[in-house]
Design a binder for this molecule. Structure first.
Ligand code: FMN
Length: 368
């Protein structure tokens, strides 16, 4: 029998301190003072193949919460077997100033019909994991290539048996420079550091330039995918998408991804919403009225996306590995993703507020 895991939130703080700057979290975090659970591995014949790597479970952390190799190592030690190194760029890039993450009052589940609604910052932190909802805006900060070469290597070396690290990359639009080529340059940084799997972030809702809306543009997706695959060769490529509600749009996107040569689709990113303070002004500061909402209220949207993507994958015989994230704040919710057709189920916001989420799932499965 296992010793029960303690409740984390609200008895313990989140492992990312939202009152501290991104750099402070990067330098000092993760803020985890609990015990590392002893992993009980399933027999090897129950492990699964993820893009050519044998993993002990199909649970993971998507791009975002794992800021550097220390964060990646902690997530792996906590039983997340597919961990994603936060999105990197080809050149260093600063984070947005504070606040970067605030609690939000979504007044229930977020649906397509509500996407233009204005949400309010929550006055108080959530009382339980069940009501966890936040919005974030970091601007995809990135370190220089020299640091990344060392730190991505350290992240790879921190993986235990049955674990693999993905590195997320993004292109940066700069005047007079080729955007597609910048995606390739970012991938080259990751490849030079020894990345085994690369994810291209086509979906960030928090950038004011064109990289945020790529995920519905089938032509651009095909061009970027082809260019990346040319450089990456046999290294698997995941495309990270944002929420798409229209089946035909998602189908065209997935067909373009397949023509370009991608191996996996990951969705969804945070839902882009307007969030204000009590006085009606932008809660995250000037110029950042829209930001990405994550946590429990986006789970239904993520399930909808997963079912749709799974159906298209089967109907069109695309053979993509399907990776789902969005709104998993309690362990049983990983299973809703598998039931909806996902091959991999992940949590970003949820694991920051309950770092034992994966281990709770593993124990629940082993005891049922
Ligand atoms: C703090 C934070 C930072 C994030 N940064 C990134 C990022 O750099 N790249 C990316 O593709 N997605 C990023 N995301 C989005 C997550 O990968 C995920 O798609 C989204 O949060 C929905 O999942 P969740 O509800 O489990 O958090 C970030 C999310 C959070 C919470």
């Amino acid at each position: 029998m296992f010793k029960p895991l303690p409740t984390w939130w609200p008895d313990h703080p989140a492992i990312y301190d939202i009152k501290k700057t991104y750099q402070e979290n990067f330098d000092q975090g993760p803020f985890f003072e609990g015990k590392l659970p002893k992993r009980v591995y399933p027999p090897k014949d129950e492990w699964c193949n993820f893009l050519g790597f044998e993993v002990a479970s199909p649970l993971g952390v998507p791009a975002g919460p794992l800021l550097n190799s220390r964060w990646v190592k902690l997530a792996a030690n906590l039983g997340f077997d597919i961990v994603t190194y936060k999105t990197i760029r080809s050149k260093p890039y600063p984070a947005h100033p504070l606040p970067n993450m605030i609690y939000v009052d979504t007044k229930g589940v977020l649906t397509a019909e509500r996407s233009e609604e204005v949400l309010h910052q929550a006055e108080t932190p959530p009382s339980s994991m069940h009501s966890l909802a936040a919005t974030n805006s970091f601007g995809i900060p990135s370190q220089d290539a020299e640091f990344l070469l060392r730190d991505i290597d350290a992240g790879n070396r921190a993986m235990g048996p049955g674990q693999v690290m993905v590195v997320s990359i993004v292109g940066t639009p700069r005047a007079g420079e080729d955007f597609v080529q910048d995606f390739v340059l970012a991938a080259e940084v990751a490849l030079n550091a020894g990345s085994k799997i690369i994810e291209a972030d086509l979906s960030c809702p928090n950038v004011s330039t064109k990289e945020g809306s790529l995920f519905t543009d089938a032509d651009s997706i095909e061009i970027i995918t082809r260019a990346l695959k040319k450089t990456m060769g046999a290294v698997p490529l995941i495309l990270k998408l944002g929420m798409i509600y229209e089946p035909e749009v998602l189908k065209q996107v997935m067909l373009a991804a397949a023509r370009g040569g991608a191996q996996a689709i990951c969705g969804i990113n945070t839902l882009s919403m307007q969030v204000v303070k009590g006085d009606g002004t932008s809660a995250l500061g000037p110029g950042r009225l829209r930001s990405g909402v994550c946590g429990g209220p986006i789970h239904e949207a993520a399930l909808f996306f997963t079912r749709m993507a799974s159906q298209i994958n089967k109907q069109e015989k695309l053979g993509f590995t399907l990776m789902s994230t969005g709104g998993v704040v309690e362990p049983e919710q990983f299973d809703s993703f598998f039931d909806a057709g996902a091959d991999v189920a992940m949590s970003a916001c949820g694991m920051m507020w309950d770092p034992y989420l994966a281990e709770r799932y593993h124990r629940w499965k082993q005891s049922s």
